[in-house]
Unconditional design. Structure first.
Length: 753
């Protein structure tokens, strides 16, 4: 087949222009974005302003005006789905399918170029592209060869570090020395070098290589770069605010030819820095491309004026933005509701009741979404929706009890509850890694099957023989002793306490604490939330039965379901009614973002709040709780600073007495505070008022251990009630409870009465 790349005269004069009736429907700004085809253009497309229409109009205009052949257009998207939609829309505008143009994701387009010029970067054209599992397996081999402890430095941790370097287009010889020394105790650089050598030996590349090697190709072969610069008369990029350094360099190199680069994005929706995205790419556009024209799409077709007013007032607090003002000609609609509750249990109950009420008024559940800051927040809402019989779906992630870390933790509890539960034991026998090899586990399986006994009994029988090597025998002996001890302790400890003990003493939580992958912090938060959930149950039996019922409730045969998802996964979506729970300091904005990135982290959290509000078409509901449980311990919470930043003209504050004004004791004291992160006397009075009431679930916190506790002190336990401390042993207490008698409990589960 003839290759048009070799034959087209890219400098030939375009044929005569054709009529532009397709430009009649867009609004003025969309039309301006579509018709401004010469030179660099930045289209600042606010939420719900029809950026896809602007993009497709521009592409159709270029083709119908015969400014370029399809093969001379490079259109870059962030997902394959977006690429297909772009092709379909432009084809619909033109009346015929568009063929021969370059449209796709960054990685797909870079791979297409590398296939043609693979030898230039030391590969063959048929190179393989490794997926994540392949990368981890290869890294594991390298760690084994270098005798690096995979428990201390998991392969996935190295993968994450290497991919961050590749996102910045940094090959091993380009890593700053100080950074190379610090990364993973200095091991990362050596492993990166070995990894790249192995990839070349295998004639393979990973996804990070596709952009990095393409940039290297252009730098090493200027003539190849010039050929592509001549070829692509027009370059269009969607979601430019989400580009990383490697993608930025790739685009900038290609755009130096005709300079007809159009980038579409929204600096106010840049929320993926943890994936390598650099908001600075869009903020510096006019500096990087002198003479660039900026077109602002500000007419919103999605949300009501009150929703837009609240979101705009909030995001205006950010310093790092180019600025725009969204407007709409829709009816005024409802104000954004800010609802305060005493605790997270009441929050889930209120949201559930509101959804039931909306359903009773005829609103479809599929038009309703609960958008949370962290995945751990979904548990209480899932539990409440199941109780109410409201079908739901968790988008972009698993349901709470389906998640790997939760299944593992529950497996530990199942074995404690029943030593005959082989499925549960198999799941966690070597999790965390205990050095039990496949041969050892196979020996246990064969003996259990031959004798018709559970695996744990088979192990006990085999321990009296020489079937196991000494190391495996000790490991299994210790493991069975642990389970026996936990089984005894479960008789005197509440389910939440025994779960906390097991997760800590087994090393399971520590395994995720030391894991450096992006998912690890979220997994630790989920484990904490599991302990919180267990505090609602009196026995392990009742909890395990509950989990079975929840898992059995998954396959409701209906398409009308509430959407539950994280804010990060919600960008680009829209719903009639949106619930935004957990707007409290430390949760949203998230403390980890503030600790790791300071002001930049705060501004990204604010952008995330902006994204959340602008998902709503008709109704946005923000909730915050004065108290949340962490490891079964009630802790007081401050309302998020973002609540204080919402313009009062667009907000309706409501809730329980003392909380309706965002956490302040009364309406007059609502304004008795300082701006920014602090809250003043009004909040303090509300806190003191609540703590003086015996029916409120706010207590002085004992801390993670027994600090501040002493023999004879009166304390309160969620399950056993009030009692006095009789003995202390580290973080374990022996307490005489007024109704439950003498019990052993963990210090973190009691409050000073």
């Amino acid at each position: 087949m003839t290759d048009p790349f070799e034959l087209q005269d890219l400098d030939s004069a375009p044929p005569p222009a054709r009529p532009a009736a397709y430009l009649d429907t867009p609004n003025a700004s969309q039309r301006e974005a579509g018709e401004t085809v010469d030179g660099p253009v930045l289209v600042l497309a606010g939420a719900g302003t029809g950026k896809t229409r602007a993009l497709t109009t521009r592409l159709a205009h270029i083709l119908l005006q015969n400014r370029a052949h399809p093969g001379e257009i490079l259109a870059v998207t962030f997902t394959n789905k977006a690429a297909r939609e772009m092709q379909e829309r432009v084809g619909s505008m033109l009346g015929v399918p568009v063929e021969g143009w370059w449209v796709g994701t960054f990685h797909a387009l870079a791979a297409r170029i590398l296939r043609r010029h693979a030898e230039g970067v030391g590969l063959k054209p048929n190179f393989a592209i490794l997926d994540t599992d392949d990368q981890v397996r290869l890294l594991k081999q390298i760690l084994d060869a270098r005798e690096i402890d995979p428990k201390r430095f998991p392969p996935r941790t190295f993968s994450a570090v290497i991919q961050r370097w590749k996102d910045r287009a940094l090959a091993p010889d380009q890593i700053p020395q100080a950074e190379a020394i610090d990364a993973l105790d200095g091991h990362a650089m050596a492993v990166y070098i070995d990894y790249q050598d192995q990839l070349q030996r295998l004639n393979a590349a990973d996804f990070g290589d596709l952009l990095m090697l393409c940039v290297r190709l252009f730098q090493l072969q200027p003539e190849t770069l010039k050929a592509y610069q001549r070829r692509f008369r027009y370059i269009l990029v969607d979601e430019y605010q989400d580009t990383n350094v490697a993608q930025y360099l790739w685009l900038r190199l290609l755009a130096q030819g005709h300079r007809n680069l159009c980038c579409v994005g929204d600096d106010d929706q840049s929320i993926y820095s943890w994936r390598g995205a650099e908001v600075g790419n869009i903020l510096r556009f006019e500096e990087d491309f002198p003479g660039a024209r900026v077109v602002r799409l500000e007419r919103n077709y999605r949300s009501t004026p009150h929703i837009l007013g609240a979101a705009s007032g909030l995001i205006a607090r950010n310093q790092g933005r180019l600025g725009k003002t969204l407007w709409t000609d829709l009816d005024e609609g409802e104000r954004v509701r800010v609802h305060g509750v005493w605790d997270s249990i009441e929050e889930a109950r209120w949201v559930g009741d509101e959804i039931e009420a909306r359903q009773a008024r005829g609103e479809r559940l599929s038009t309703i979404a609960i958008l949370v800051r962290t995945s751990a927040q979904t548990r209480e809402f899932e539990e409440r929706l199941i109780t109410l019989g409201l079908p739901y779906q968790v988008i972009g992630g698993l349901r709470f009890y389906e998640r790997q870390e939760i299944r593992d933790a529950v497996a530990y509890l199942r074995v404690i509850h029943s030593s005959d539960d082989d499925l549960a034991f198999q799941r966690i026998a070597n999790v965390p890694k205990r050095g039990l090899g496949q041969a050892t586990l196979q020996t246990i399986h064969l003996h259990a099957r031959a004798r018709g006994v559970p695996m744990i009994r088979a192990i006990r029988e085999l321990l009296g023989t020489d079937e196991f090597k000494p190391k495996a025998k000790k490991t299994l002996t210790d493991l069975l002793d642990d389970f026996e001890r936990w089984r005894v302790e479960a008789q005197d400890h509440a389910p939440a306490e025994i779960c906390d003990i097991v997760l800590e003493e087994s090393g399971y939580t520590e395994m995720w604490r030391t894991d450096k992958s992006l998912e690890a912090p979220g997994r630790v938060e989920n484990l904490r939330e599991l302990v919180v959930g267990l505090s609602e149950f009196e026995t392990l039996t009742s909890f395990l039965e509950h989990v079975s019922l929840v898992m059995d409730n998954e396959d409701l045969k209906t398409t009308d379901k509430i959407t539950v998802m994280t804010l990060h996964g919600a960008k680009g979506l829209e719903f009639d009614t949106v619930f935004l729970p957990g707007w409290e300091e430390g949760l949203f904005p998230h403390q980890r973002s503030l600790d790791e990135s300071g002001t930049q982290g705060l501004e990204e959290e604010r952008r995330l709040a902006y994204v959340g509000i602008t998902r709503a078409k008709k109704r946005a509901n923000i909730t915050f709780a004065a108290n949340r449980r962490v490891y079964g311990q009630w802790q007081s919470s401050l309302p998020s600073r973002f609540i204080d930043e919402l313009p009062s003209d667009h907000v309706e504050r409501e809730g329980e007495p003392g909380l309706a004004r965002g956490g302040f004791a009364d309406e007059a004291s609502a304004f008795d505070h300082v701006s920014g992160p602090g809250y003043g006397a009004g909040w303090k009075r509300a806190q003191q008022s609540r703590q003086s009431r015996p029916d409120d679930r706010v207590f002085a916190r004992a801390g993670a251990g027994a600090d501040g506790l002493d023999v004879g002190q009166r304390v309160f336990h969620q399950k056993f009630g009030y009692g006095k401390i009789r003995a202390l042993d580290g973080d374990k207490l022996e307490i005489d409870f007024e109704k439950a008698g003498r019990k052993k409990v963990m210090a973190s589960f009691v409050e000073v009465a």
